[in-house]
Design a protein around this ligand. Sequence first.
Ligand SMILES: [Zn+2]
Length: 205
Amino acid sequence: MDGFTLTESIEVPASHGRALGVSPGERLRIIDVEGRQVGDLAAWRRGQPEEYLSPAHTVTRNWRITLRPGDILATNLRNDMFRVIADTVGYHDLIVPCCDPVAYLKRYGLAHHRSCTCNLEEALAAIGADCPVRGEMAFNLFMRNRIGPMGEMVYEEPTHGPGSHMELECLIEAVVALSACPQDQTPTNGWKCTPMRIERWTPLT
Ligand SMILES: [Zn+2]
């Protein structure tokens, strides 16, 4: 990345989460190591966790239900939080909430299945960040949902390959958490849950 130095590289094991702090001007590169994996990303203003990344407010900021380079990820207070710099995938989800323990129990009869909601909570606890997690906060990178002609939601198997990534410019001081989604009951992750990586890049001075 020209003009930037790699400050931090965090491996996110399959079906787990990791979190970190980021500052304005820094960039995050979120990488799908093996391909066909969805990442659920949530973020909060550092020190003010009542302000958080909001997919719904992001839709009204860009007037589009997906994201392109140049688009903004906005907070629930309608402040700009991240700018999309690059994206090698092109499909993402701003509509559905994270998977959580209740979803696995009610839909599939599975108790104790890992979930994005719990992954985000574990990741935040590991860095001592006290940020509330709710499923509707997450932006689902690389998730290949399609809206059918009658408005129905169709979960399609992703097609993106190893090393696919999205780059975000950070616009405010933030805490960010990413879950490598453990959903193995639908085509969401290509029927195989795999690891991801988060890189934090700092501008050269
Ligand atoms: Zn998930």
